[in-house]
Ligand binder design. Structure first.
Ligand code: PLP
Length: 427
């Protein structure tokens, strides 16, 4: 495959955009090489500016669960756009998507829409702090909740890939209110809560971590967090930006049968347009302005195009009773196929998977937290990434990222991918 035009476009972009990209992981820093400039996408495939066709396992980092340019979503956006693209006034469609989301997700009464997952998580902790009248939060090393200051204390994903886990520009005053815990280690969380009695407003967690590769919660971990929060009067925030409407209609809360106090969303809920949201029961959500004291706002929040895309996406997911079973089957098929060829080729690896979130680490040791996720950040991953790319298969350009399986993938695509994995290691 040739990437001549992508290289030219990247050189031009670098002159006017820092690093040539608008989000660091896109720059391929951790795997090397030049980022691919995409021209269009349909279903499970990307078409780049050089005319290459790629099977896509990132899917815009999660939103495109039904495939790219999914017709009902595209049509809904086009029709809405004809009526005006932004009003800064209430619209009926905002209530419609809110009603649907509240009906699909357990344990929430009200939801507020924002423009990104970052905004959702940032607003959720402000709400938790306002509601509890406490200042500290606990986050887990390797979990990513967007790029707002309180979370860039030891962030995973983009920040780790980019090699600056503690970003300059975050003040020490902000950092002191974020306490870092180890994922899947309840004793560690308990000791932090004990050392900060009455001071911790919230624990925020990715119920399935997806920003240190895919790291499932150990049995009892989420239940344990729930119990610790109840004991300490601390709110439990599930960051379901990745898992929401992906692991089940009701997200991780439904899948694991554990209720959070506040839930945040992004990605799938916007159908590929910029949307985030946070939700909770009435007693917490009523703390928000304009009815409560905690301020939160947005010029483009509830934007009609974004709401049209999100509503259509949720409606499609809601009416398809087989969707999550199909995603599970497809991703399990891919997992089995890759395991077989990696075993046949005597490659040391670990595969973690929950539903349609999966990642491959090239080390035989178990990956359960941020430190162990680091085992997979090695040269074999780079070889794997570039080998797949040469075969027309696009996975995340970092071992700290999860693959997101789309329903648009066919079993032929999956077989093709498994064969491509075999080729890389057989050669
Ligand atoms: N939370 C999680 C779990 C995420 O994976 C991300 C982004 O990848 C975010 C929050 C931030 O969302 P956004 O990139 O839309 O700001």
């Amino acid at each position: 495959m040739l990437y001549q035009r992508s290289s030219q476009l990247f050189a031009e972009a670098e002159k006017v955009i820092p690093g040539g990209v608008n989000s660091p992981v896109r720059a391929f820093k951790s795997v090397g090489g030049t980022p691919i400039f995409v021209k269009e996408a349909k279903g499970a495939y990307l078409y780049d500016e050089d005319g290459n066709k790629l099977i896509d396992y990132i899917n815009s980092w999660g939103p495109m669960i039904l495939g790219h340019a999914y017709e009902p979503v595209v049509n809904a956006v086009i029709e809405k756009a004809k009526l005006g693209t932004s009003f800064g006034m209430p619209t009926e469609i905002e209530t419609k998507i809110a009603e649907l989301a509240v009906s699909m997700v357990p344990n929430i009464d009200k939801i507020r829409f924002v423009n990104s997952g970052t905004e959702a998580c940032m607003s959720a902790i402000r709400l938790a702090r306002g509601y509890t009248d406490r200042e500290k939060i606990i986050k887990f090393k390797g979990c990513y909740h967007g790029h707002s200051d309180s979370f860039l204390i030891s962030a995973g994903s983009g920040a780790v890939t980019f090699g600056s886990p503690n970003s300059p520009g975050v003040t020490s005053g902000t950092a002191k209110d974020t306490l870092l815990a180890t994922y899947n280690d309840l004793a560690n969380v308990e000791s932090i809560l004990d050392a900060n009695k009455g001071e911790v407003a919230a624990i925020i967690v990715e119920p399935v971590a997806g920003n240190m590769g895919c790291v499932p919660p150990a049995k009892g971990f989420l239940e344990g967090l729930r119990a610790l929060c109840d004991k300490h009067g601390t709110l439990l925030i599930f960051d379901e930006v990745m898992t929401g409407f992906r692991l089940a209609k009701g997200g991780a809360q439904e899948l694991f049968g554990v209720n959070a106090d506040i839930v945040t969303f992004g990605k799938v809920i916007g159908g590929g347009l910029p949307v985030g949201a946070f939700a909770a029961r009435n007693e917490i959500m009523n703390y928000l302005a304009p009815i409560g004291p905690v301020y939160q706002a947005g010029t483009l929040s509830g934007n009609p195009l974004a709401m049209a895309a999100g509503l259509t996406m949720l409606q499609e997911i809601n009416k398809d009773s087989e969707l999550f079973a199909r995603l599970e089957e497809k991703t399990a098929y891919l997992e089995r196929g890759m395991r077989k060829v990696l075993n046949d080729n005597k490659v040391a690896y670990t595969i973690n998977r929950v539903g349609s979130m999966i990642s491959v680490f090239f080390d035989e040791r178990e990956v359960v937290d941020f430190d162990t996720a680091g085992y997979g950040n090695n040269d074999t991953f780079k070889k794997f990434f570039h080998g797949l790319l040469a075969e027309g298969v696009y996975i995340a350009p970092s071992s700290y990222e999860t693959w997101f399986i789309t329903d648009a993938l066919t079993y032929e695509d999956l077989d093709y991918t498994i064969n491509a994995v075999n080729k890389i290691f057989a050669s």
